[in-house]
Design a protein around this ligand. Structure first.
Ligand SMILES: NC(=O)c1ccc[n+]([C@@H]2O[C@H](COP(=O)([O-])OP(=O)(O)OC[C@H]3O[C@@H](n4cnc5c(N)ncnc54)[C@H](OP(=O)(O)O)[C@@H]3O)[C@@H](O)[C@H]2O)c1
Length: 335
């Protein structure tokens, strides 16, 4: 099977610092081109990573007949526009999270992907990391009993007014940037969608974006996901799952490091933590695995790990969280 060729749409920080280095570890794919609005920037990144072609516009990379897959890490408000253009040019697209800011945009992209027979996936690298598939397996086997509560905290500190996360019109704010992780992973672990949500947000007075948001997602049969995310708090991340028999903690759930193992901890209800057991995972690069998983989905004609339908549901839920916070009441969800 010939290797599929990727093109990188922009010199985004996430592409340069994580995704391209991760992909270059793989012998299952090629990166053949990178584009920027500025040719010199594209050339400089191409030189750094020994990427064959550099383009000074996004249209050129999308029209390159050598490219099979576009990786789209543009600011959130440009995800749909450029993913649509790439699909219309016959490319598969792995688009950064959150793919949609408005669920009404989803159906057109779903239809386009079918017409052009192009796969589109939302780039949630965490789902490719074995610590999450193992957690899912343990929960599904009933190792923690019946899962009742998903709990997560995710935060960082960023007050740079020029950063895309602090620009409201770009789809900035903590819920869109990192709230999408607990939304996605709780859906994954529960294996279904929440039926209703309640949320509260604190807005930055200058940016107008949410900087501390807390949410309850009500799943069927009284199960719950509860999380807080912040873009102006000390960096932290943790996921805890509480079952009827045990709790399970993922220590570095979202930004698993590439230079040391990660761990999950099982606790059989021992508050002194003397009877806990740990499961350690080898060192993985989840960005490498993410790209390989997307290539496999294309070549084996499977659904991507995070489909367009999933992306639409994530977007519906996050919009409901904002609606709940604005109106100070529960919002019922239909999909
Ligand atoms: N999965 C993850 O772990 C992860 C982590 C961080 C971010 N992300 C996602 O990746 C995306 C990019 O995040 P980032 O932090 O890498 O952003 P960033 O460094 O600001 O990069 C965004 C890129 O988009 C291009 N761009 C086009 N129009 C732009 C505009 N009007 N304003 C600013 N940039 C524009 C620029 O590239 P050129 O100048 O080269 O054209 C810029 O470098 C976001 O959707 C974010 O949610 C994902």
């Amino acid at each position: 099977m010939p290797k599929l060729n990727w093109g990188i749409l922009s010199t985004a920080k996430i592409a340069v610092e994580q995704v391209i280095p991760g992909m270059l570890k793989s012998d299952k794919l090629n990166i053949v081109a990178i584009a920027s609005r500025n040719l010199q920037k594209a050339q400089s990144v191409a030189n750094t990573f020994d990427i064959g072609k550099a383009y000074g516009s996004y249209d050129e990379i999308i029209d390159d007949p050598d490219i099979d897959i576009i990786y789209n890490p543009l600011p959130n408000h440009l995800h749909v526009e450029w993913t649509k253009k790439a699909v219309q040019a016959g490319k598969h697209v792995l688009c950064e999270k959150p793919l949609f800011l408005n669920p009404d945009e989803a159906d057109e992209l779903i239809a386009l992907s079918k017409i052009h027979q192009c796969m589109v996936g939302e780039a949630f690298m965490v789902k490719s990391h074995p610590q999450w598939s193992k957690t899912k397996e343990l929960v599904d086997k009933g190792v923690i009993g019946e899962l009742k509560l998903y709990h997560a905290v995710f935060s960082y500190y960023n007050t740079d007014a020029g950063n895309i996360r602090n620009i409201s019109e770009y789809g900035g704010g903590a819920l869109w940037d990192i709230g999408c992780y607990p939304v996605m992973t709780s859906r994954y672990i529960f294996g279904e969608n929440p039926q209703g949500v309640l949320a509260t947000t604190v807005l930055d007075p200058a940016f107008g974006t949410d900087v501390l948001s807390s949410a309850i997602l009500e799943f069927p049969e009284g199960k719950r996901a509860v999380f807080s995310v912040s873009s102006q708090m000390t960096p932290y991340q943790r996921v805890q799952l509480y079952g009827t028999k045990q709790s399970l903690e993922i220590q570095i759930p979202f930004n698993a490091p590439t230079d040391r193992p990660t761990r999950i901890i099982l606790n059989p209800g021992d508050i002194l933590q003397e009877k806990i057991s740990t499961e350690t995972f080898d060192v993985y690069d989840q960005y490498q695995l993410q790209a390989e998983d997307f290539v496999s989905a294309i070549t084996e004609n499977n659904n991507p790990l995070n489909s367009l339908e999933d992306a639409k549901d994530h977007c519906t839920i996050i919009n409901a969280l904002f609606e709940s916070a604005k109106n100070n009441q529960w919002v019922d969800l239909t999909y």
